[in-house]
Each structure stands twice: as structure tokens, then as C-alpha cells.
Write a protein that binds this ligand. Structure first.
Ligand code: E4P
Length: 244
């Protein structure tokens, strides 16, 4: 299980990259919109510079910001020439029309990260269309099964047998996608995003995610344990006593 950093914040990216554990960075329009207003191109270029300084060659995902298939195609091609970073994937949201664009971009040699996948069928269709990565949203898949505001749509789709209870268990969704990718010998990798806790990260890895993209606030607690603090303090104390 590789760990990516899910942010557009330059300080957090630098802090993560310095520590060497990250194999990639993922951004999305909402994450970029949390940063101080500036140029989109300039900000992404700064992320590329940080990657080149600390860990050249790792993955970077940059997302399109349109729902129009022609515009998505244009933006994706612009990103490739503008950012000139060979390990960049263009994030394109899943959708029936978007699959055509994903297929076109992939056959042109553009690496596509098909994002916002919530179901097994979406991820499998994207992988067959050529997406190099399929991003499944762990927290939002789970929310889809419990949020009151989704109740009408959820009940309707369950009645039509479009979805059932398994579709709201992110562990089952990710495990099923991984099983089908392996069965079909597809080269797409699963990125799990929408992480809400450290146990989600562990469970996503165990479910078969190739990559888990993690918000920076989780990195420090991921690397810590109260029993580690306790035993390291004990080592220091015992050794000091022996020296004196
Ligand atoms: C993943 O690629 C997305 O950037 C992100 O993880 C979505 O997470 P959210 O549900 O917290 O918005």
C-alpha cells in the first residue's frame, strides 16, 4: 500500500515530502480552493517544484474543472504541456460521457486518474476505458448509506436493484474492485481517498487499495503510539542510570 498526500497546501506537502514516506500527491478543485487566492497554474507549478526538490519522479494528480467533455479534453491536454511533469495524471470524474474522454485521453497516452468513483461498476468501467488509476471515495461511499439527505435516491436505487447494502460498505467496494481488476488482468491501480480516520487508512490497505491518499492531519498520529513513547522514555532512563 503506497501513501499519497491528499492536499494542495504547499507547507503540508513539503513537511510530508521531507519525511520520505509519500509516493505521490493528489489534489482536487476543492483542495486548491482552500489555498490563498493565486493562479492555478502557478500553484501547481510550485507543487511540481517541491516534488522535484524532495522526491523527483513521484506521482502527481491534477484535476480538471469542467463537466463538458470537450472542455475536459482541452484542459487535460493543457495540463500535460503546461506542467510538463511526466508522472502527472489528469483527474477526470467518472460519468457516462466522461468515459469517452477518459478513453480518448488514455489512447493518446495521457495518464488518467478517474476520480469520484463510488461503486464497483463505475471503477471497473473506468479501468476498461483505460484509466491508469481509479479513485474510490471511502468516506463518501459510507456516507451514501447513512446520510438522511440521500435517503430518497438511495431507497429508489435499492428498489431498482442498482445498489444494495454492500455498495455502502467501502471495504466491500474496494475489495470487489481489486478482485475484478486482478481477475481481468487490468493494470489500473486503486487509489482510496476520502479518508476520515487512521483506521480507514489501514482498512483501505487491507481491502486491496494499491494507494491510499491521506489528508496531512493524519500523518503525525499515524507515526505515533503511546507505547512507543513509553518504551523510548524507558530506554533513555535505564541507560542514563547505567551511565551514572
Ligand atoms: C481523492 O482523490 C479526493 O481528493 C479526496 O480524498 C476527497 O475527499 P473528501 O471526501 O474528504 O472530499
Amino acid at each position: 500500500m503506497k501513501i499519497f498526500i491528499d492536499t494542495a497546501n504547499l507547507e503540508d506537502i513539503e513537511e510530508g515530502l521531507k519525511r520520505g514516506f509519500a509516493s505521490g500527491i493528489t489534489t482536487n478543485p476543492s483542495l486548491l480552493a482552500k489555498e490563498p487566492k493565486s493562479s492555478f497554474e502557478g500553484h501547481v507549478q510550485k507543487i511540481v517544484e517541491l516534488i522535484r526538490r524532495y522526491k523527483p519522479g513521484i506521482h502527481l494528480s491534477v484535476e480538471v474543472f469542467s463537466k463538458d467533455k470537450e472542455e475536459i479534453l482541452k484542459q487535460a491536454q493543457q495540463f500535460v504541456s503546461q506542467f510538463n511533469y511526466p508522472q502527472m495524471s489528469v483527474k477526470v470524474q467518472v460519468g457516462y460521457n466522461e468515459l469517452e474522454t477518459i478513453s480518448k485521453l488514455s489512447s493518446m497516452g495521457v495518464s488518467v486518474n478517474c476520480t469520484a468513483c463510488m461503486s464497483v461498476t463505475q471503477a471497473v468501467m473506468a479501468a476498461h476505458a483505460g484509466a491508469k488509476y481509479v479513485s474510490l471515495f471511502w468516506g463518501r461511499i459510507r456516507d451514501g448509506g447513512i446520510n438522511e439527505e440521500n435517503a430518497i435516491e438511495r431507497d429508489y436505487l435499492k428498489a431498482k436493484k442498482v445498489l444494495d447494502d454492500n455498495d455502502f460498505n467501502p471495504y466491500i467496494v474496494v475489495k470487489s474492485v481489486r478482485q475484478i481488476l486482478d481477475q481481468d488482468r487490468l493494470n489500473s491501480e486503486i487509489i482510496v481517498g476520502s479518508i476520515r480516520s487512521i483506521t480507514d487508512i489501514r482498512d483501505a490497505g487491507l481491502a486491496g487499495a494499491h494507494i491510499v491518499t491521506v489528508p496531512p492531519k493524519f500523518f503525525k498520529p499515524m507515526a505515533s503510539h503511546y507505547k512507543t513513547d513509553e518504551v523510548v522514555d524507558q530506554f533513555m532512563t535505564d541507560f542514563q542510570q547505567w551511565l551514572s
